[in-house]
Ligand binder design. Structure first.
Ligand SMILES: Cc1cc2nc3c(=O)[nH]c(=O)nc-3n(C[C@H](O)[C@H](O)[C@H](O)COP(=O)(O)OP(=O)(O)OC[C@H]3O[C@@H](n4cnc5c(N)ncnc54)[C@H](O)[C@@H]3O)c2cc1C
Length: 388
C-alpha cells in the first residue's frame, strides 16, 4: 500500500524515506518469493515459524527497529516499524518466530527490565535469534486476567518458586523465554494488586510445555505448566506487585498493530490475482472493491494509532476500536471471498488458492478471541467514551 495525495500533509503522509524503506522491504520479499523461501499464507504472523527468515530480517535491521542502538536496536520510529510490519503481513511472510518478542517483549523489557535483563535479552530479539511467548492466560483467567492463580513464592535470598498453569501460549514449544504474569503477593480476591511479571527461560527443567492442537490440525499453542520451578532473583521483571500496570502496557503493544486487520490480506491479494488472470464479474469487482475500501479505512485508523504512539500518547481506546473492527474484518474478508469465488476449499491437493482458502476458513475463530475478545474490547471502548 502506498500513500495517496489525500494523505499529503497529514501526520501519516509517507515521506520519501518511508517510501524508500517500503520499496526495500518489497524488494527483499520479492527476492525471497523468487527463491521460494516461503509460500504466502494467512495468519503467518502467528503460525509461520521460520527462525532463518527471522534472522534474515534481523540482519537487515528490521527487528528491534525502535530499540536503542545500545541494545542492538536501530533507534527508528514506530511509523517506520509500521511500514516494515505492514509489508511483511500483507505478503503473508513467515514472521511468527520473532513476532511476540519484537512486538511486545522488547518494549516491556526496555521499559521495566534491569540493565542485566536488557543486555541479556534485547540484542537477541533485534537479531531475530531469541524468541518469546506470552504467559498471561490461564484455564480460569482469560478475559478476566486479574484472576490469575499462577503463584510466585518469594524466598529470603530473593529467588522465587513458580507454580501453576498457563494456557493458549502461542509458540511456547519453540520460544526460548516467556514473560509470565503471576501472583506474588496476597490472594486471588485481591485482583490486580499483588501481581508481578517474571521473565523465565523455557528450557527450565521444571517447566513443561504441552502442545494443544487447533482446528487446522496444527499445534501453534500450548499449555505451559510450572512444576514449582525455582528461578533466581533476576527473573523478576520490573517491580514486585506492579505486574498489572506493566501487563497493561504490554497489551497496548499487543493490540495496536496492523496484524489486527491484515492477517487475511494474503487471501485478498491471491484472489485479486486470480481475478486479474481469469477475469472478474461485476459482482466480484464490487466485493473486491468494498473489501479494499474497508482495509484502507482500517489502515488509516491503525496508522493514526501508530502516529500517536510515536508521539508518546496512550491511544488505548482507539487501539481497542481498531482491533475490534479489524479482527471482524479479517473474518468477513474470508467469508466474502469464499462466497464470491467459484473455488472449492481444499485442505490438501488442489490448487494453491483452494488450499489458501481452506486454511483461511479454519483460522477465522481465532481472530476475534486472541489478544482480548471483541466483547472485552467493546467494553474498553464504551468506558473510554464515558458510557456505563
Ligand atoms: C489463537 C490464540 C492465541 C492465543 N495466544 C495466547 C498467548 O500467546 N498467551 C496468552 O496468555 N493467551 C493467549 N490466548 C488467549 C486469549 O487471550 C484468550 O483466549 C482470551 O483472552 C479469552 O479468554 P478465554 O479464552 O478464557 O475466554 P473467556 O474469558 O472464558 O470468555 C468466553 C466468552 O465470554 C465472553 N466474555 C467474557 N467476559 C465477558 C464480559 N465481561 N463481558 C462480555 N463478554 C464476556 C468473551 O468475550 C468470550 O466470548 C490466545 C488465544 C487464541 C484464540
Amino acid at each position: 500500500m502506498t500513500a495517496t495525495t489525500a494523505e499529503a500533509g497529514s501526520p501519516i503522509a509517507e515521506n520519501t524515506e518511508l517510501q524508500s524503506l517500503r520499496a526495500d522491504v518489497r524488494a527483499f520479499l520479492a527476492e525471497e518469493l523468487a527463491a521460494g523461501t516461503f509460500v504466502p499464507a494467512v495468519d503467518n504472523w502467528m503460525s509461520g515459524f521460520d527462525p532463518a527468515f527471522s534472522a534474515r530480517l534481523g540482519r537487515r535491521g528490521w527487528l528491534g527497529m525502535t530499540m536503542p542502538t545500545a541494545y542492538g536496536g536501530h533507534g527508528r520510529s514506530p511509523v517506520e516499524r509500521f511500514v516494515v510490519t505492514e509489508e511483511l503481513l500483507a505478503h503473508g511472510a513467515p514472521v511468527a518466530a520473532h513476532w511476540i518478542a519484537d512486538r511486545q517483549m522488547a518494549p516491556g523489557i526496555l521499559a521495566n527490565g534491569t540493565e542485566e535483563q536488557k543486555q541479556r535479552y534485547l540484542p537477541g530479539i533485534a537479531s531475530g535469534t531469541l524468541f518469546f511467548a506470552i504467559g498471561m492466560s490461564e484455564p480460569d483467567a482469560g478475559s478476566d486476567l486479574a484472576a490469575v492463580r499462577t503463584r510466585a513464592t518469594a524466598h529470603d535470598d530473593g529467588s522465587w518458586t513458580l507454580s501453576g498453569t498457563k494456557v493458549w501460549t502461542t509458540g511456547a514449544h519453540m520460544a526460548h523465554a516467556m514473560v509470565l504474569l503471576a501472583r506474588s503477593d496476597g490472594e486471588p480476591g485481591d485482583r490486580q494488586a499483588g501481581l508481578s511479571q517474571f521473565v523465565v527461560d523455557l528450557s527450565h527443567p521444571d517447566i513443561e510445555v504441552r502442545p494443544l492442537r487447533s482446528i487446522d490440525g496444527e499445534a501453534h499453542f500450548n499449555e505451559v505448566i510450572f512444576h514449582d520451578a525455582h528461578v533466581g532473583p533476576d527473573a523478576l521483571l520490573g517491580s514486585r506487585g506492579e505486574g498489572w500496570a506493566q501487563v497493561m502496557g504490554e497489551l497496548a503493544f499487543e493490540r495496536s498493530g496492523p496484524e489486527r486487520y491484515l492477517s487475511t490480506m494474503p487471501l485478498l491479494r491471491a484472489w485479486a490475482e486470480e481475478l486479474r488472470r481469469a477475469g472478474a464479474t461485476a459482482e466480484q469487482r464490487v466485493t473486491l472493491g468494498s473489501l479494499t475500501a474497508r482495509a484502507w479505512a482500517l489502515r488509516r485508523m491503525s496508522l493514526s494509532v501508530a502516529a500517536e504512539l510515536a508521539a508518546g500518547g496512550r491511544p488505548d481506546v482507539r487501539a481497542a476500536m481498531v482491533k475490534d473492527l479489524g479482527s471482524a474484518f479479517e473474518g468477513d474478508l474470508v467469508e466474502a471471498v469464499r462466497a464470491a469465488c467459484d473455488v472449492e476449499p481444499r485442505r490438501a491437493g488442489g490448487e494453491p488458492f483452494a488450499r489458501l482458502l481452506a486454511n483461511s476458513m479454519l483460522h477465522i475463530p481465532a481472530f476475534t478471541l486472541r489478544g482480548g475478545t471483541n466483547e472485552i474490547l467493546r467494553g474498553i471502548v464504551a468506558r473510554g467514551m464515558g458510557l456505563r
